[in-house]
Design a protein around this ligand. Structure first.
Ligand code: CAA
Length: 258
């Protein structure tokens, strides 16, 4: 079913389920994983039959970080010349919605990937951390920025400087994750949420995602203007006409993505 070496990709109705699959290295994110994820996410974005994606790991570990064994002998020149970690911006450029479903460890790059998702659903076993300081380095895939945006300076600084992990309940109360569920229900709950999103008008899903993300990049006035213009733009779609007609007729919308 999967053409990939390090991930499993399954289409379940309108939802793509991507499972990180390097159990021998606790799903450490080496360049093969990045290449596979770039392909899988690009295929998802291009496939009109797919309307939401769930990225998950195993019960024990979402991902234990970037691959330390791949990095350990690299020089500054190697890292700088190859612009190591370049490519993850292709994953974050995915236009359609995707969810990280996290059980067990999400550490270093693993935590950083979960924060690239549109939102995180965590099992009660999830543990988030940025332990790079214990390796003599720092986060390198956006953790210092996205974690600070998500949970604020005090908690982000504490996590980055101590390398301590944050459990699922604290991640929920800190605003890092959207929902915590029992570990046994994680995939069912994430798939159910993804199916709900997949049932929405596709262009509206992209537009909602685009405008929430714009809140990180724009001033309030620019963001509000951006939101209003996108909102106006949706009145050029068939799905806006259908959605509002369906409401008035008290029936579900029948979306065309046009
Ligand atoms: N890279 C490469 N291999 C890793 C790895 C990683 N990030 N994490 C675990 N592994 C490997 C271990 O070396 C071990 O391999 P061997 O069997 O060949 O010895 C195997 O996976 C199992 O690991 P453990 O024996 O350590 O498993 P554990 O259950 O005792 O501990 C753990 C689990 C707490 C997650 C522990 O593995 C750990 O602390 N891992 C490293 C976490 C970390 O530091 N992540 C940050 C990486 S740097 C980074 O991500 C930079 C960035 O910003 C992008």
């Amino acid at each position: 079913m999967s053409d990939y070496e390090t991930i499993l990709v399954e289409k379940k109705g309108a939802v793509t389920l991507v499972t990180l699959n390097r159990p021998q290295a606790l799903n450490a994110l080496n360049s093969d994983v990045l290449a596979d994820l770039i392909n899988a996410f690009a295929n998802y974005d291009a496939d009109d039959s797919q309307r939401c994606l769930v990225l998950t790991g195993s019960e024990k570990v979402f991902a234990a970080g970037a691959d330390i064994k791949e990095m350990q002998d690299q020089s500054f020149a190697d890292m700088y010349k190859s612009d190591f970690f370049k490519g993850w911006e292709k994953v974050t450029a995915t236009r359609k919605p995707w969810i990280a479903a996290v059980a067990g460890y999400a550490l270093g790059g693993g935590c950083e990937v979960t924060m690239m998702a549109d939102f995180i659903i965590a099992a009660d076993t999830a543990k988030f951390g940025q332990p790079e300081i214990k390796l003599g380095v720092t986060p390198g895939m956006g953790g210092s920025q996205r974690l600070t945006h998500a949970i604020g300076k005090a908690k982000a600084m504490h996590m980055c400087l101590t390398g301590e992990m944050m459990g699922a309940e604290e991640a929920l109360s800190s605003g890092l994750v959207a929902k915590v569920v029992p570990a046994a229900d994680l995939i069912d709950e994430a798939m159910k949420t993804a199916e709900t999103i997949a049932g929405m008008a596709p262009l509206a899903a992209i537009a909602n995602k685009e405008m929430v993300n714009a809140a990180y990049e724009m001033t309030l006035a620019e963001g509000i203007n951006f939101e209003r213009r996108l909102f106006h733009g949706l009145f050029g779609t068939q799905d806006q006409k259908e959605g509002m007609k369906a409401f008035v007729e008290k029936r579900p919308g029948n979306w065309t993505g046009k």
